[in-house]
Design a protein around this ligand. Structure first.
Ligand SMILES: [Zn+2]
Length: 212
């Protein structure tokens, strides 16, 4: 589904949406639950892109429903995989998360992903701005292109409202609050989360403060 010009929500990743952003260097933001690489590639082909045209795979954080197809898609496309320094050890399989995340990972194991590049402060991936937004995980990032915020799990949307990342899965609540506040200073009009449909910002970001 094209949610804005050149920005596609990939239906094959329903449950934890990945987005394909077209441009000189097309970027896939997150990769969904594992086992869906073939469907994702078919959907990309349907958009009119060859697999090898995908230049970058930008991971917002290490959770299994975001990194699930990263290794398979990197192999199929030749795209460069990007991750934050903070989440890198979990994504590469060098470290296991603890607590509830550890339990989730035991129930839904993730294949290690070979990461090619880590985000630099103030950096960009394929022309898309990378915003450090720690909280949900310590290395969580969001991305922004023009009017569109790709929020990862910084927020979720439901019924046309936004909520912060669920408390049970928030690694650092104070950091999450700071991230929400900092991102709120930026101009964007459309919020594209992993969980829930894209939603127009309106005054929803301001209402977040009351819900966290
Ligand atoms: Zn997550």
């Amino acid at each position: 589904m094209e949610v804005a010009q050149g920005v596609h929500l990939l239906e094959a990743t329903e449950g934890s949406y990945a987005y394909l952003v077209l441009g000189e260097e097309p970027v896939l933001i997150d990769t969904g639950f594992r086992g869906r690489a073939d469907r994702i590639l078919a959907e990309i082909a349907g958009i009119g892109l060859r697999a090898q045209d995908v230049a970058h795979i930008a991971l917002t954080h290490h959770d299994v429903d975001h990194v699930g197809n990263a290794q398979a898609l990197a192999a199929a496309t030749g795209a460069k995989v990007w991750a934050s320094q903070g989440d890198l050890p979990y994504i590469q399989g060098d470290r296991k998360p603890s607590g509830l995340r550890g339990l989730i990972r035991t129930l839904a194991p993730a294949s290690p992903v070979a990461v090619h590049e880590t985000y630099a402060p103030g950096g960009r991936v394929g022309g898309i701005e990378v915003l450090p937004t720690p909280g949900h995980t310590l290395g969580h990032v969001s991305l922004r292109r023009g009017d569109i915020l790709f929020a990862g799990d910084l927020v979720t949307s439901r019924g046309g409202r936004l909520r912060p990342s669920p408390g049970m899965l928030t690694a650092d609540k104070a950091a999450l609050q700071r991230s929400l506040r900092d991102v709120g200073q930026l101009p964007f009009q459309l919020v594209c989360p992993a969980h829930g449909q894209p939603v127009a910002r309106g005054s929803l970001w301001e209402a977040l403060a009351d819900r966290s």
